[in-house]
Design a binder for this molecule. Sequence first.
Ligand code: 3HC
Length: 284
Amino acid sequence: MTIQNVGVIGCGLMGSGIVQVAAQAGFRVLFVEANGALVERGLGRLRETFEGLVAKGKLDAAAKDAVLARIGGTARLEDLKGCDLVVEAMTENQQLKNETFAQLDRICPPHAILATNTSSCNVTALAAATTRPRQVLGLHFFNPVPLMKLVEVARTILTDEAVVATATEWVRTVGKTPVQTKDSTAFIVNRLLVPYLLDAVRLYEGGLASLEDIDTAMKLGCGYPMGPFTLLDLVGLDTAMYVAEVMFEEFREPRYAPPPLLKRMVLAGRLGRKTGRGFYAYTG
Ligand code: 3HC
């Protein structure tokens, strides 16, 4: 099967990155947002990104126009009726995703592959919400999508081998490195990363060291590109807490339980870079 037209649901942090890499790899991409204003915001964000790349000399103006011409936005899910592959990147809400997959199943052509970028929802439940469970799988990108090389390809016990192969090849075509995993809450990366991030919060909460020193320790002591608090601010504290809660619910292991400070930061609206303040303050 050849993938030509790609649908992306959601054009937020992750969705816009997926739209970007797919369009830059030559695919026609149509994204869906909840309303017209969010469609405009998504298109504006993408335009800004490409203009930034032109200003830095990483893309020429003609290539920018060509890639933008391949991108469309809509507020109607029905407009995905011509897609060969749909990647859902909505907020992490199992019920909402189940309903969306049932709708996609009715809208998309019979050959279409339905993928989710979820990091914590149950992919098997999404497959079961459709009449094509063999064509449903996880394609989990990492933040920031244009820069992070990995995609976890998560198959359920129902996914067809040929669908896994097609989706894996598509991941390579958009310039990413695929790894294969099973549909199990949090897959590989978050299964290891989330307990580490939660432990960092516990160390800080317990008064072991300052935020800055914990970050510096992990950057320089382990060679990580950023320390745990800088990374939590990038991922979003609400997202990190949600993923941890789902993992705790699934595995019932204390190491996945969000620490009290993380919960309070989220309640206080300190969600990280996206709100201008998380563990650190951001301006501009
Ligand atoms: N498209 C293309 N290029 C872009 C871009 C975009 N949208 N945005 C930035 N760039 C370019 C910049 O122009 C810059 O180019 P230059 O080097 O030529 O100037 C280059 O990319 C690097 O930009 P930065 O200087 O901002 O990047 P850094 O070198 O500081 O690296 C980082 C940033 C890649 C984010 C690095 O710090 C890192 O790897 N951090 C860890 C991130 C991580 O762990 N992510 C995973 C989070 S977990 C997750 O996502 C799972 C989820 O389910 C929760």
